[in-house]
Design a protein around this ligand. Structure first.
Ligand code: NAP
Length: 247
């Protein structure tokens, strides 16, 4: 039976197994999706050997960077970002070839284009973790100027305490790449001066649970346009499926 799966540690929260199991049912496909919760990425070759029908893998925290050393090929965009979240597995006889892609950036870009229409406002990226790198790559692809916002002072980065009316007026797209607001801590949100937001602002939250975070609620209260992370999540999963089925 064709097999697909996800690599990560831990995997308790993973959305992928449910998404793909439902997809196989809808398509009437005899396939299965497995969670590979690996304490060390060095176990990947053994997983490939044991599961000789494995055709594709999602990769999640903490292995999006470490997995690259095991690939035979890497898509140029994934190489530029230094992060892979999808692997196509091609088998020919005894030979096996792994090709890595970054579909997080695809999900973000496609959903952002729909959200912004023709507008390309300057952007603030809240948080400097793993996801913020794909978001920065996506903004570069669209020629959108951006600056990071961090709790700690760093080069080319605002701190939250530096954000004022002028900065908020200049940067009209704000992307939350911090986990603040995620269930069960729904009463938390990034510490930005929400009072300066207007109808001209676009607030994009990578968080998707709950569907309307406090960050988005506070923006909507000021008339800002809002978007959660659900479409990005679905788009990257659909793109993984396309990649795994490419010849
Ligand atoms: N929708 C999707 O498809 C999708 C895809 C990927 C990720 N995500 C979501 O995006 C979020 C970020 O993911 P990630 O992998 O980048 O996480 P991460 O590596 O843990 O980084 C999050 C960053 O947020 C900031 N941060 C963390 N805790 C904070 C706090 N208490 N207060 C303020 N800032 C804080 C930190 O930046 P500083 O130290 O610089 O402040 C940190 O580097 C998660 O909620 C994840 O579920 C969604």
């Amino acid at each position: 039976m064709k097999t697909y799966g996800i690599l990560g540690y831990p995997l308790g929260h993973s959305f992928s197994k449910k998404f793909f199991t439902e997809k196989f049912n809808q398509l009437n496909l005899e396939a299965k999706f497995l969670n590979f919760e690996l304490p060390a990425i060095e176990e990947l070759p053994a997983v490939l050997k044991k599961n000789d029908n494995l055709n594709g893998l999602c990769v999640t925290i903490p292995y999006k960077e470490e997995v690259i050393q095991f690939l035979d090929e890497i898509d140029p965009l994934a190489k530029k970002l230094g992060a892979v979240n999808s692997i196509q597995i091609v088998r020919k006889g005894d030979q096996i070839k792994l090709k890595g892609f970054n579909t997080d950036i695809y999900g973000f870009l496609e959903s952002l284009k729909l959200f912004l229409g023709a507008k390309r406002p300057k952007a603030l990226i809240l948080g400097t973790g793993g996801a913020s790198k794909a978001i920065a790559g996506g903004l570069e692809e669209l020629d959108i100027d951006f600056k990071f916002v961090s709790r700690n002072a760093k080069e080319n980065c605002f701190t939250y305490t530096q954000l004022n009316a002028n900065i908020i007026k200049e940067y009209k797209l704000i992307v939350n790449c911090s986990p603040l607001g995620t269930f069960p801590k729904e009463d938390t949100c990034p510490d930005i001066p929400y009072d300066f937001l207007s109808q001209e602002h676009f607030l994009y939250d990578l968080v998707y649970n709950p569907a309307e975070t406090l960050f988005l609620k506070k923006g909507a209260a000021k008339g800002a346009n809002t978007h959660n992370g659900l479409r990005m999540l679905h788009l990257q999963a659909e793109r993984n499926w396309e990649i795994w089925n490419q010849k």
